[in-house]
Design a protein around this ligand. Structure first.
Ligand code: AMP
Ligand code: MG
Length: 334
């Protein structure tokens, strides 16, 4: 069974072809980073205009080095939520036009759910439930309990900024570029640890014993005042300390979620999972607790992409689900 996946929820225009939810035939991702970098963040109007300009080219590339044509696809999976409305509409309308041409069913996808299916695609396995879904991206910092298709219960969420957003804002304050995550990671790697004192030792420490919650606006503000008040900040050290402190909170909350739910199977996804240090910390935790923690081994599957959309679509399609053609798009999960 061949699925076509369309993803335009934020700043990636992506279309993929996936076979049986396990094999990537193509996964074309056009990133808009260059268009947003001078603003240090995604500008919604620029994002939707860019999707409109690029989507046909991305579509053609998805078929370019394959022997497939539109007639060979069995379903069209498209992200309809959550995301930037103008951006979602480009992908959704594109799906509706493909439906007009092919008469193939459309599957509307919550791309937050799809992130976990990137891992099943990556490992070429079918999903097993329940698992804890750890989603760390530019817009979300969530731990879900996932009990089946469309069965996601939020166990922990951020009270303010998302972790990726915090990396982006920190890099903007430090004036080191956009997106912040990979740049902060690069600077952090260069720090030769000589002191166990952290710039952020008093931050992110307090939370009630069994409360699973994230907050990243405090560390961002702390960083802002450190930079304002000190002219000789060690850039490598501040990036290192910032990264370590942000990830320490993730590991602490993930541990709590594991103890609370007694679920020993974790699937992690989202752009922040591209971070090598985070991957190492998750591997260490898996070893320490003797549990399974997975993340996409291919970095292209961490961030938003059409292949994960097509993969989740495959499981809905197999279950007989198809979308009413009057489907809406939504900035939230409805
Ligand atoms: P997404 O929202 O899933 O498209 O992912 C984009 C977010 O992931 C941005 O906020 C990036 O700063 C962040 N990100 C990307 N690569 C890394 C990295 N290596 N370390 C930390 N964050 C990252
Ligand atoms: Mg993105």
């Amino acid at each position: 069974m061949i699925g076509l996946g369309i993803e335009t929820s934020c700043d990636e225009t992506s279309i993929a072809l996936v076979k049986d939810g396990k094999e990537i035939i193509s996964n074309i991702v056009y990133s808009q980073i260059k268009e947003h970098e001078k603003f240090y963040g995604v500008v919604p109007e620029i994002a939707s205009r860019s999707h409109l300009i690029k989507i046909n080219e991305v579509f053609e590339k998805a078929f370019a080095n394959t022997s497939l044509t539109l007639n060979d696809i069995d379903y069209i999976a498209v992200t309809t939520r959550p995301g930037l409305i103008g951006s979602l509409m480009i992908g959704a309308q594109f799906a509706k036009v493909l439906h007009c041409i092919t008469n193939k069913p459309i599957i509307d996808i919550n791309h937050l759910e799809a992130h976990f299916y990137a891992n099943f695609l990556d490992r070429k396995v079918s999903p097993t439930y329940p698992f804890l879904g750890l989603l760390l991206s530019g817009g979300n910092t969530i731990i879900y309990k996932v009990s089946g298709l469309n069965q996601l219960e939020i166990i922990g969420n951020t009270q303010d900024d998302a972790i990726g957003e915090a990396f982006d804002k920190a890099a903007s304050i430090l004036k080191i570029g956009y997106p912040g995550g990979p740049i902060i990671e690069k600077y952090a790697k260069k720090y030769k640890k000589i002191s166990s004192n952290s710039y952020f030792s008093k931050i992110l420490k307090d939370s009630k014993k069994d409360e699973i919650t994230f907050s990243y606006s405090g560390i961002k503000t702390a960083l802002l005042y450190l930079v304002k008040q000190n002219s000789n900040i060690d850039l490598y050290k501040i990036c290192y300390d910032f990264q370590e402190t942000c990830f320490e909170l993730i590991i602490r909350m993930l541990k709590k979620a594991i103890y609370k739910t007694k679920i020993n199977h974790i699937e992690a996804g989202g752009g922040v999972l591209a971070n090598q240090r985070l991957r190492e910390l998750l591997d260490n935790l898996a070893q320490e607790l003797n549990i399974k923690i997975y993340y996409p081994t291919q970095k292209i599957l961490c961030t938003d992409n059409g292949a994960m959309v097509a993969t989740l679509g495959y499981y809905y399609f197999k279950n007989g689900y198809k979308t009413n053609l009057e489907f809406p798009v939504s900035s939230t999960v409805i």
